[in-house]
Design a binder for this molecule. Structure first.
Ligand SMILES: Nc1ncnc2c1ncn2[C@@H]1O[C@H](COP(=O)(O)OP(=O)(O)OP(=O)(O)O)[C@@H](O)[C@H]1O
Length: 227
């Protein structure tokens, strides 16, 4: 589903590589934690998958497509196959839960009938049944993250990228969010999650890829946060 072949990324004006010689394959349906200290390259990895940036060297394949050869007009199509979730939720202010989730389908031109069906179905899946009419700023952090996950998943993407999704949440709420991501993964969606949350990584026992200064130093199945 995601393959990096000897990928190096050097941002413009930088001397040091943000990612260096990264070789990795993430198969369809896998759940992978990306760990590493701040600045080790986790977000850069995700931005390359989304083709927010191009690799300086090497090749990246996502859902069978070579991103270095992809025309820019095809990038929106790529991103439709990838849901994203962030630490700071990034919901639309002044809009209800339903409006936030529906918006993701409206921008890709889905018919109203599909939106009417998919939004309540997805809100139920993420545990927000009955909360569609609420303003998102009235919700708890955990509930807001559920809205963000519903929005990311409503189009049933092949890949879900989560960058520190539990970073703003307390441990109990975080466990609920992880159960939800695990449930989404079990539907066949490939999940890649960057995190500093050692307790969660140790508890979930999924594949762990560790970056240090842009290089993969560990790739462990059923791994833990640190040795
Ligand atoms: N747009 C940019 N321009 C220049 N340098 C950047 C840019 N984005 C990231 N970097 C640099 O690339 C390196 C990797 O950063 P990246 O954001 O990928 O790390 P990270 O592991 O996600 O960190 P964190 O855990 O703090 O989110 C860092 O040295 C960072 O300063």
């Amino acid at each position: 589903m995601i393959t990096f072949e000897d990928v190096t990324k050097i941002y413009e004006g930088q001397r040091r590589a943000a990612l260096s010689g990264v070789d990795v394959t993430i198969d369809k349906g896998e759940f992978v934690f990306l760990v590493g200290s701040s600045g080790s390259g986790k977000s850069t990895f995700m931005r390359l998958v989304l083709r927010e940036y191009q690799a300086t060297k090497g090749r990246i394949f996502v859902a069978g497509k070579d991103l270095s050869r992809m025309h820019s007009w095809k990038v929106p199509g790529l991103r439709r196959q990838i849901g994203t979730v962030f630490q700071d939720f990034r919901l639309l202010p002044g809009k209800t839960v339903t409006e936030n989730v529906a918006f993701a389908l409206q921008v890709i031109g889905k018919p109203q009938s599909t939106i009417k069906r998919l939004v309540p179905e997805t809100l139920e899946l993420v545990g927000l049944d009955g909360k569609g009419g609420r303003q998102t700023d009235e919700l708890s952090g955990g509930e807001q993250q559920r809205v963000a996950i519903a929005r990311a998943f409503v189009n049933r993407p092949a890949i879900l990228l989560a960058d520190e999704p539990t970073g703003n949440l307390d441990p109990t709420t975080s466990i609920g969010i992880m159960k939800l991501l695990d449930q989404i993964n079990r539907t066949g969606t490939t999940v890649v999650m960057a995190t500093h949350d050692s307790a969660i990584v140790d508890q979930m026992r999924k594949r762990v890829i560790e970056l240090v200064d842009g290089e993969i130093v560990r790739d462990q199945s059923k791994g833990v946060y640190g040795y």
